[in-house]
Design a protein around this ligand. Sequence first.
Ligand SMILES: [Zn+2]
Length: 647
Amino acid sequence: MPALSRADMDTTCPPCRDFNRYANGGWLDSHSIPPAYSAWGSFSELTERNREVLHGILERAANDKSAPPASDVGRLGAYWCACMDSAAADGAGARPILSDLEAMASPKDLPSRVASLHEQAIRALFSFRSEQDAGHSDWQIAAVSQGGIGLPDRDYYLRTDSAGVATLARYVEHIARSFELLGDPADRARAAAEAILGLETSLAKASMTNVQRRDPNAVYHKIAADSLRRLSPTFDWSAYLAARGIASLDSVNVAQPGFVQVLDGLMSSVPLDTWKSYLRWNVVSEAEPMLSAAFADEDFHFNQVLSGAEEKQPRWKRCLHWADRDLGDLVGQAYVKQQFPPEARARALVMVHNLEAALGDRIQALDWMGPETRQRALGKLHAFEEKIGYPNTWRDYAGVTESRTDLVANHLASAKYEAKRNLAKIGKPVDRGEWSMTAQTVDGFYSSSLNSINYPAGMLQPPFFDPSWDDATNYGAIGAVIGHEMTHGFDDRGRQFDSRGNLADWWMRDDAARYKERADKVAEQFSGYAVIESLHVNGRLTLGENIADLGGVVVAYHALEKALAARPARRIDGFTPQQRFFLSYARMWASLQRPAALRTQVLTNRHSPAMWRVNGPLSDLPEFQQAFGCKEGDPMVRPADLRARIW
Ligand SMILES: [Zn+2]
């Protein structure tokens, strides 16, 4: 994303009619989606730039023959060699996973087989991990959650529209073909695939929807470990825990008790052969993209249904994705050394502080919030833990040995390291310095249970943030992103956590009611946006993100006004600083997306499609209307009684 350019705009479209078109029309008309991608936009431009940097780092590590095998460079180099060796992968066929395909002799073996898959980060039946205790945020507890399905969301199994039915049929075909690649006869492969779909559909029906799961109280049921055994007496939890190396367990959060009960019923109703096929499928499907070309192509062809991409990404890009997953902190350390000097961290911190001050001003000025809630909101804001760039302590992968020839073995070694690290936290105090995103990631996030705002180095880069730009352009882009993450602390979900990250109600009743009224308007607004044919944005699924977008752009705008008061700016290229701010905000969301990917996003993703992240929030803002002289009745001016405004 270069600084603003008129060539990216379509000035024949009035800004008050369709601002996304006005700001991004030139860009949209002059770009197309590369065949290996499902979408292309400003975020991709930044991601691609980072990929080139990471590619160089890994190539250098692979060529450094003097690095000891157990050193950071040695581990990265070996991983990269093994990953890039497509001839070795093709020669090995299914061999890397054969030992994991061993069948169970009796249903009694199921708990220990599921445990052995979970130990390698392979999905099966449910998820079992440590998590921060939502009620006592200083401690880690064990958590059992719904899981075990191969499609992106439970709704995929239950849709009856033609696209939904076609996707299910393709999924069964994909399972069957994968089994055939393992050498199964076609009729047996097909029968196994049908049975797996039946089992996964039972799990899907018992699962909460993605909207239900957004309610933090609905997924918090802390019970004694003995109660888990009573809730689900047929599944042998003791055998499962023993196989995972957990000798004793006091309590556990059962996120979806109903799901666990249904799972228990399946123990006696599902035939042994179906269990065998199901576990086998989970092993194959996890490894498939990393196996020989025949397997990887099968995996890609099925995923095309969900992404619309026309060709596979080149091997080095797939390898980067896996290196990020398997040795993320080693990659991150090298990335930060090269791309994120201490001055960059300091500069980003100044910007974060300016945004925090602006959000504080907004909270002070709210006319709908009473004094008690206001004080607590400010207290929460001031307690934000700021995580900028990279963690203070990096994971060291001690004990992980990298082969120079076997990618799957390397992946499983890392998966085991991570699963063990995760379970070791149960019953221990929370490490508040831990990061859950790698430093090289092009994204940011807010953690409600840590009350932390997180901005990885991967995002704090030109061309997203460039010290050579004018304030208006920087505040409209990275400023709005920073404000977005902060506002998550006060979105419909985040506001239910206190300043230490406990799930605790700190709102006065009237203030909470007024908040909900405003949030409902945001939900209604976005549910009104049609995306493809009859498919609309899900205003409830995307509510937190839309509130964060709306808050982020308001907070960044007012932070800019403060900066301009201290350091006035002139028009540039005919645009006022305020206009440049909104143009820069919109430019960040310039994006093209294939219909399949758009459909997948609307069904599964908490974020609204890009054009509505521009036109949605801006049509609510008098600040925007003033900047471009929009009038009542213009499409970019929502009628006053429908307008959403929280901050
Ligand atoms: Zn967000």
